[in-house]
Design a protein around this ligand. Sequence first.
Ligand code: SAH
Ligand code: DHB
Ligand code: MG
Length: 222
Amino acid sequence: MADAATWSAVDEYVGDLLAPHDEALAAALAASEAAGLPSIQVSPPQGKLLGLLARSIGARAALEFGTLGGYSTIWLGRSLAEGGQLISLEADAAYAEVASANVERAGLADRVEIRVGPALEALPALGAEGAGPFDLVFIDADKASTPEYFSWSLERTRPGGLIVADNVVRDGALVDEANREPAIAAQRTFHEMLAAEPRVEATTIQTVGAKGYDGFSIALVR
Ligand code: SAH
Ligand code: DHB
Ligand code: MG
């Protein structure tokens, strides 16, 4: 069986051919690394997938939970249709500052708004402003809150829109009932919600790659 080194090599191969970094993405990663941010952004092929999903539904309004240094933000932001807007929520002010500079360097400052603070605290204001309806939501912040982020987003995502959640498999911990970590238990809660929710059709895809063994869920709003 292929090992983690092979998973990384294949990610690199696919990334180099199909999701190559331009200056803005390369600079975003370099600046994030220089600032000491954890290197937990989506891989290049995953960033490309986010962009393809956005473009395949003509997404204009998007919401992201968890900006980090803005790497996925740039993939998403540049894939929005004309006049598109992406709101990205980030708890850590220092990360958000790095992300803002990265987004600006990518020429996306006019279509990306980063809001600093815990996402759960940002949602009431977003709701009060009448934000949305969203075409695409990417949930990638604190994993214990994925179910709440999903519930909130579902109310504000248009029919035909997509809600994508990252890091739902976590080395297979998803199916380890003995694992009671909130971040893991929340992924089971999230899957039970997806199964019981008549307003979405969803699936989960396991992934291997440079970030190890994990997976993501995609829910299509009916
Ligand atoms: N989407 C990014 C990676 C995000 S990593 C990318 O792929 O490029 C997860 C991010 O969620 C971290 O930056 C972390 O600071 C942030 N985060 C953690 N808890 C949060 C919360 N309660 N609200 C908003 N963001 C949070
Ligand atoms: C990790 C990976 C992620 O994709 C993420 O959003 C948060 C954390 C990690 O590997 O720790
Ligand atoms: Mg993630």
